[in-house]
Design a protein around this ligand. Structure first.
Ligand code: IVH
Length: 675
């Protein structure tokens, strides 16, 4: 028996070494020496061995890439240093302008560059302690991301540990891009189409969706890949250049994109960008540009960062790609404000490896100006993130069988008259009870920048309306667990999640509530201005157009729309019902005037909290009348402590400032509000 397990243990470690080696050859060196079948064979042998002798399983075994239970939600992870964004250059001239700017600041034009392909995927940061993967997170807002460790572990291109015999810093945060190869993306979409599921718009969305799965087994189903491109933080090591950093990453065992170059002169950089603009389709991953970085890290330090953009790097953005296809039909989508938005249904066409099926047509005038007709051959354009556009029609291809489009004078959903007012670009459905508007309004109400109700997707909303469980947003707050249980596919856990998601949304601050109402022309920033000025819904509801438009940044058109909204009785009714449900119709500052449960208390937040992001925690405290500051002083009332709090915890102890967790913070707000 003892001999058996010894032999098994030896074989297991041999298999692991072999698998790791071949994984490295495949993902990092891009030079596999065995077939996939052979790899799978060894892998299965290891799985069987580990099943037979569970005591042999080690956490960094290749078999442990998919493991653990599905999570309820992602932990917040604070990055060691901010994950920056990049300024853009759209042509050679703008690259030269970048060169001029940095030469001036550095007082030399002898600057060399590292040029890298800009992979169109999802940015992540992966932390290794003593060479072992311990944590991975998405970029999030640049400061705090979502902990997706279990999901990242399923990606075979991301090493679970560093290679043998290389340096192992105590801690290092490696950054890079998770992406889905185009070939895998197309295969996946074909399978989805066959299964009657809607296709993913592009490889990046598919990759982002896969990373955000709460169940790592779902992530593992998608063949995601990875390229490392920088070090966010490292203990006890220093590098001189970006090229050196890339070399080190590869040595540790990360795949680094092979098409990076060290360029001595800007002219070469420009040529490199132009070359890849032409060659981009030859790759099995999507790139949306070239990242040009000042190579010397001491120069990078000297150049520094302005807001979120480093001065030492720029992204050369490729122009959108064009393709020709047929415009089959023009359809109308009814928006939440009742706008009849026209869009084009296209004969599916590949643009840069991605299939386009629809494109926006903006409004009636756009269609008229471009003289677009159903049946036309059209040129479509796709630029990275943006919705595909129709550039124009190809007149020579007209056959006389094309149909001119008549913009409807009735809502296609509820058939009520649609009216286009003078000066408006759109016609609007006049029926306030229009079901299409109702659904869109609800979708907006629960969306991320608004009430941010977790676990409530469009299909669920549709079902809730259909079953008459809700009529408008206020109905959400009256839903009971029994109501939710009527929804198909809702089980104990998902029911509880939805009910608690709705409950949590009640703490959204006033400006988000205002945005959530979906008043025409009132986006997030206008909602912020209104909330800051009025601090309370009542004076806002009574305000005349003049007062509203006296606010800096708000013009007469917006003021008119706000006024109109509050003139309508049904809107006032909705607000009353929401108010009764406990939604905040008052700003934090107003509550602060001695009213909120946390009034007069100052908080500092440190570390990552279990459910709140830093911004959410701040919003919560402020909505309860408290104040949040960034540094500790004798005036600080409490330190809210999460995971990996850093030096603030020490300082708080020195200053005798009480420390509380997220739960205590919530209890504090509740306990006080009951007094
Ligand atoms: S460097 C200042 N290098 O592009 C440093 N970023 O706007 C910024 N990206 O979301 C990152 N390929 O994930 C860098 N070779 C590359 C990149 C790259 C893709 C993404 C990155 C970020 C965005 C920057």
């Amino acid at each position: 028996m003892g001999r058996d397990i010894d032999r098994a243990s030896q074989r297991a470690s041999q298999l692991r070494q072999k698998l790791e080696h071949h994984n490295y050859r495949y993902h990092v060196l891009d030079d596999p020496v065995i077939s996939d079948e052979k790899y799978d064979h060894m892998f299965r042998e290891l799985v069987v061995l580990e099943q037979e002798y569970p005591e042999l399983v080690v956490s960094d075994s290749p078999t442990q890439r998919v493991g653990g239970e599905p999570q309820e939600r992602f932990q917040k992870v604070e990055h060691h240093a901010p994950m920056l964004s990049l300024g853009n250059a759209f042509n050679g001239e703008e690259l030269w302008a970048f060169h001029k700017r940095i030469s001036k600041l550095l007082e030399t034009d002898e600057v060399d560059f590292a040029t890298e392909l800009k992979i169109d995927g999802v940015a992540v940061a992966v932390t290794y302690e003593n060479g072992v993967l311990v944590r991975g997170a998405t970029r999030g807002n640049g400061l705090v991301g979502e902990g997706v460790t279990a999901n990242l572990k399923t990606i075979r291109a991301i090493p679970l540990k560093f290679r043998k015999g290389v340096s192992r810093p105590e801690i290092v945060e490696v950054r890079g891009e998770v992406y889905l190869p185009v070939s895998a993306f197309n295969r996946m979409n074909e399978e989805r189409a066959e299964a009657g599921q809607s296709p993913f718009a592009n490889p990046r969305n598919a990759a982002a969706g896969a990373l955000r799965q709460l169940d790592p087994r779902m992530t593992a189903l998608r063949p995601l890949a990875f390229f490392a491109y920088s070090i966010g933080y490292v203990a006890g090591m220093s590098f001189k250049t970006q090229i050196e950093v890339l070399k080190q990453l590869r040595e540790w065992g990360f795949p680094v994109n092979a098409h990076h170059r060290h360029q001595e002169a800007m002219a070469e950089v420009v040529q490199f960008c132009y070359d890849w603009e032409r060659k981009r389709d030859s790759l099995d991953y999507q790139i949306d540009g070239v990242v040009v970085k000042v190579n010397r890290l001491d120069y990078q330090d000297r150049l520094g960062v302005v807001s979120r953009d480093p001065r030492w790097a720029v992204s050369y953005k490729f122009p959108g790609q064009l393709a020709t296809t047929r415009l089959l039909e023009i359809r109308i989508n009814v928006g939440r404000s009742g706008a009849l938005n026209p869009y084009a249904v296209l004969e599916p066409v590949q643009v840069g490896g991605v299939t386009i099926r629809t494109a926006t047509l903006h409004n009636e005038d756009f269609i008229r100006r471009k003289d677009l007709r159903e049946g036309d051959v059209v040129v479509v354009k796709r630029a990275g993130d943006v919705i595909p556009q129709v550039v124009g029609s190809v007149r020579e291809k007209r056959t006389d069988r094309e149909r001119e489009f008549r913009y409807p004078d009735r809502c296609p959903v509820c058939k009520a008259p649609a009216i286009r007012a003078a000066g408006e670009a759109m016609a609007y459905c006049t029926n306030r009870q229009c079901p299409a508007q109702g659904l869109e309004a609800l979708k907006h109400f629960v969306s991320q920048g608004a009430m941010d109700v977790r676990g409530l997707g469009p299909q669920t909303l549709e079902k809730l309306l259909e079953l008459k469980l809700i009529q408008d947003p206020s109905g959400l707050y009256l839903l009971t667990e029994e109501d939710v249980a009527q929804l198909p596919s809702f089980k104990e856990k998902s029911i509880a999640n939805l009910v608690s998601g709705i409950e949590q949304s009640k703490s959204q601050p006033f400006h988000r509530v205002l945005f959530a109402l979906g008043i025409r022309h009132v986006g997030e920033s206008i909602a912020g201005l209104l909330a800051a000025h009025f601090a309370d819904i009542d004076p806002l509801m009574e305000a005349g157009e003049d007062e509203i438009s006296s606010i800096d940044g708000i013009g007469p058109e917006i003021a008119g729309s706000v006024r109109n909204y509050f003139m309508a009785e049904d809107n006032c009714g909705l607000i009353e019902r929401l108010r009764e449900a406990g939604i905040h119709f008052q700003s934090a500052q107003k509550a602060l005037k001695g009213e909120g449960p946390l009034a007069g208390k100052t908080f500092v937040i440190s570390g990552s909290l279990p459910t709140f992001s830093r911004a959410q925690a701040t919003e919560f405290i402020e909505s309860q009348g408290g104040k949040v500051t960034s540094s500790l002083s004798s005036k600080t009332g409490f330190l809210v402590v999460g995971e990996s709090p850093g030096s603030k915890l020490e300082k708080a102890k020195q200053l005798n400032i009480p420390q509380i967790g997220e739960e205590e913070l919530k209890t504090m707000a509740q306990a006080k509000s009951k007094l």
